[in-house]
Each structure stands twice: as structure tokens, then as C-alpha cells.
Design a protein around this ligand. Structure first.
Ligand code: ZN
Length: 457
């Protein structure tokens, strides 16, 4: 098989077309993106009302951007969301006012180490407004009064999900999951939307044993919403991939599922290595594989990317634009994805590993996660930083995610330290915060009806 140049050009054109839309976790730009996808594949779109409880979360209010700008002391417009969707802090609440330079500066985000680039920042769950701009521009703002307009709406609405199912001869399913919530970023993650749509078209014409389900959902809350609404599908998932960052010129990377030994893991690891790429172990932080791999689900869903998130300097900045991704890389990623799926078809699916928490840690320090289905919402418990998009200062959060992921009754705190490679003291501090928040209990004190069956209801 050689990568398909025609498909590469089509995918790159789609990335370029959808790039400017001010997508977020809800709103019209996600609808427009999915409407365009529905012209390519028979996409089923569902709208889930704000306020709907989903696992440990609640579907948020819907956010839409009409316009946003800052006018300087001399009346010159210094920032305008029409120039770049990244200029708006995602989920900014509405605001109109006149501010001094110092007051305005409290609401600005920039990258001193990359002064020409606009950063991508969000504040989904803490109500605030803000602008993102090149640090060079921020430093050059003169003293004086600024007129600020953040013309957004935030209120009851819906969260929008898209999915397409390609039936095979059996009900065993392969899940391909792609986040669609990023504004004006190309590699992360329009590249994968384009690859997923092209793969779905290819599989539609092919007799397969497995059924393929492509889910297009906003990151985190979208995957959690999908999981909450599909209890009957979950036991049929025999393997899956979250896909992201498939358009840069780096080599392929596969990150294992939490299980690590499923057919998907073995096939994807092998395929990526044969193509000069690398394989990595599971971590509980990343894209939506972390929801599918939550200990209560433990689905064999890994992460396929080229250069992993956070490891290319363009990541979550205005430099991740359509010129950063190439038709060749997109075509190569499509080729690799289809080869992995063919390999899983040939090998046969992995049976579900329905988790049943152990109860005896032999006296060693161990806990049980009391919210094992999807990631619990750490933000509303004050355990998570409010501004999303940044990659720094994450160690304490990562430690909490490791403790949650492996506090399944089968792992002691020593096991978690060994598998995560994190210092025992950092993990102990994370465990004590999680216990104070009621998210874990010492294993010996765990109620016997923890981990209710999510598939019976
Ligand atoms: Zn991202």
C-alpha cells in the first residue's frame, strides 16, 4: 500500500476550510464543523441539553461567539476575533467596558517565550473573559484607556456530538474517537477529523468482520457524554483509538491503552514501529483515551498520533496552522490507521475485561476510586487549574489522575509509584486531596457496592 496522494490533498483542503471556525466544547461552530462532515459521511448528529447529568459531570451551558475586540487609547483596534479565533479565551463570558491598561492586562494571555504567537487558552468551568495575543503586541500596548467588547452568549443550549457507524459482520466494535472542540488549530485536531472521515469512507466500501464506530465529540465532556449515553455499546467495544495530531511531519506514535496488552495495543505498537515510529506506555493524561480507559470501563482504546501533544513547539498556538500540516503526513497517517484496523480484523478482537475491583491489598496502602466511570470532574472540587490549554504546572494534577486510574483494588500505592514513575510523596499528597474530596477511600473501608454496574441501567 502506498499513501494515497488524492486523499492527502482532500484531507488538507478540508483542514484549511474548517480552520477559521471558533469551535469550542459547544456551540454553532461545532455544528458547522459536523454539518460539513455530514456532507462526506452519513453522520448522525445528536444534541444533548445543557444541564443533563453525564457520569460525574453535567452538560454545560452553550457558548457562542458573535464578535470580540479591543480598541486602544487612540481608537485603533488592537485585537479582533475576526482576525483569528484564538484571540478569544474559550468560553469567555460577555463583557463590555472601558479599562486601563493595567486592568486590561489581567485578562490577557500571551507567550513570553514565543512572542509572535497567539496561545490557545480556555476557561470552560470558571466564568471569566480574556484575550490571547502575541506577547510582542501585549508589551507594546501604551498606557491609557481601552474599550473592550466580548460579545458572546452563554446560556441553556446543547452539546453537539456526531457519529457514524459502519456495520460489519459481527457486533464487536472498533471505536475511533476524535475531538472537535479546538478553534483555529490544524494539527490538533482537524488533521484527525479529516483522517477519520476519509477512513470512514474507505471502510464503507469494504466487507469487514468488525463494526466501526467513529465518534466526533468535544474533548473530555464530549467523550464523557457519549459514554454516559451509550451503556449498551460499551461492552461491545473490542478495541479503539483516540486519534490526534495526525498531520505534522514527525513520525507516528502509539500510546497504549490502560490495559496495554489488548489486540489493539499489540497491533498498533507493531504497525507504528514498522513505520519508523515509536510506542509508549499508557498515561492517564492526554486526549479522550483517558475517558475510555477510566478504570470502571477499562476499554482497550489507545492514542494514535504523529508528534504527541505538547511535544511540538507549535502545539496550542497560532503556529499550528494549515501550513504546519501536510497532505503527505495526512495520507501516511490514513494509511497507518487503515493498516492497524486491518491488523485488528485479522487478529480478532480482544474480549472485554469487565473490571471487578479487588478488596485485599494485604495490608499495604491502597485506595478505591469511587468515581471510576470516566474522569471525575476535578475542577468543580477545586482540584484542577481553571485555565485550560497550558502544559505547565501539571504534576500535582497528573499524580491525582494516576491515583484515580489505578485505585481499582488491584494496585497499591507502591504499584502506582512504580507504574507512573512519580515520586511516592507526590502521589501520597494527591491521594490525601482525593480522599478529602470523597473521590477515593482506603480499600479496607470501601463499600461493597462501590462500582455499580453501569451497563444494567
Ligand atoms: Zn489540544
Amino acid at each position: 500500500m502506498s499513501p494515497d496522494a488524492g486523499a492527502g490533498a482532500r484531507m488538507h483542503a478540508l483542514v484549511r476550510e474548517l480552520y477559521p471556525l471558533p469551535r469550542s466544547i459547544t456551540g454553532d461552530a461545532v455544528r458547522q464543523t459536523l454539518a460539513r462532515a455530514a456532507e462526506i459521511v452519513p453522520l448522525a448528529v445528536s444534541e444533548v441539553p445543557s444541564g443533563t447529568p453525564v457520569l460525574d459531570w453535567t452538560v454545560p451551558e452553550e457558548w457562542n461567539l458573535r464578535g470580540a475586540w479591543i480598541d486602544g487609547p487612540d481608537g485603533t483596534r488592537v485585537v479582533d476575533a475576526r482576525d483569528h479565533a484564538l484571540h478569544v479565551l474559550g468560553y469567555s463570558v460577555p463583557f463590555r467596558g472601558r479599562l486601563t491598561r493595567d486592568e486590561l492586562d489581567q485578562h490577557l494571555h500571551s507567550l513570553p517565550d514565543a512572542p509572535e504567537l497567539i496561545p490557545y487558552r480556555t476557561s470552560y468551568y470558571a466564568p471569566r473573559w480574556g484575550f490571547c495575543l502575541p506577547d510582542r503586541l501585549r508589551r507594546a500596548l501604551p498606557d491609557g484607556e481601552y474599550d473592550v467588547v466580548m460579545d458572546t452568549s452563554l446560556g441553556p443550549g446543547h452539546l453537539t456530538l456526531g457519529e457514524v457507524v459502519i456495520p460489519g459482520a459481527t457486533e464487536d466494535e472498533i471505536l475511533i474517537s476524535c475531538h472537535v472542540c479546538h478553534p483555529a488549530l490544524a494539527n490538533d485536531n482537524l488533521s484527525s477529523l479529516a483522517v477519520a472521515l476519509e477512513a470512514a469512507q474507505t471502510l464503507t466500501g469494504r466487507p469487514t468482520s468488525l463494526t466501526y464506530r467513529f465518534v466526533f465529540a468535544p474533548g473530555t465532556i464530549g467523550a464523557i457524554t457519549w459514554l454516559a449515553r451509550n451503556p449498551a455499546v460499551i461492552p461491545r467495544i473490542a478495541g479503539g483509538l483516540a486519534i490526534s495530531n495526525l498531520g505534522d511531519s514527525g513520525s507516528l506514535t502509539y500510546r497504549s491503552s490502560r490495559r496495554g496488552d489488548a489486540t489493539m495495543d499489540n497491533v498498533a505498537r507493531d504497525e507504528v514501529r514498522r513505520r519508523g515510529g515509536s510506542a509508549r506506555e499508557f498515561t492517564p493524561y492526554g486526549y479522550d483515551e483517558r475517558q475510555y480507559c477510566a478504570p470502571g470501563f477499562n476499554l482497550p482504546v489507545g492514542l494514535l498520533s504523529r508528534t504527541p501533544w505538547g511535544e511540538f513547539p507549535e502545539y496550542h498556538t497560532s503556529a499550528d496552522n494549515p501550513d504546519f500540516v501536510t497532505a503527505e503526513a495526512l495520507a501516511d497517517s490514513l494509511d497507518a490507521l487503515l493498516a492497524i484496523l486491518a491488523g485488528v480484523e485479522a487478529a480478532g478482537p480482544t474480549p472485554p475485561d469487565r473490571p471487578r475491583p479487588g478488596r485485599d491489598a494485604g495490608g499495604a496502602e491502597a485506595y478505591l476510586n469511587l468515581a471510576p466511570y470516566g474522569e471525575p470532574q476535578l475542577g468543580r472540587r477545586g482540584l484542577y487549574s481553571a485555565i485550560g490549554g497550558a502544559t505547565d504546572g501539571k504534576e500535582a494534577e497528573l499524580a491525582m489522575l494516576w491515583v484515580l486510574s489505578l485505585s481499582d483494588g488491584d494496585h497499591t500505592m507502591v504499584d502506582i509509584a512504580l507504574r507512573s514513575g512519580m515520586p511516592a510523596t507526590t502521589l501520597a499528597a494527591a491521594a490525601s486531596r482525593l480522599q478529602a474530596a470523597g473521590l477515593i477511600v482506603p480499600l479496607a473501608e470501601a463499600p461493597t457496592d462501590a462500582w455499580p454496574d453501569p451497563w444494567s441501567g
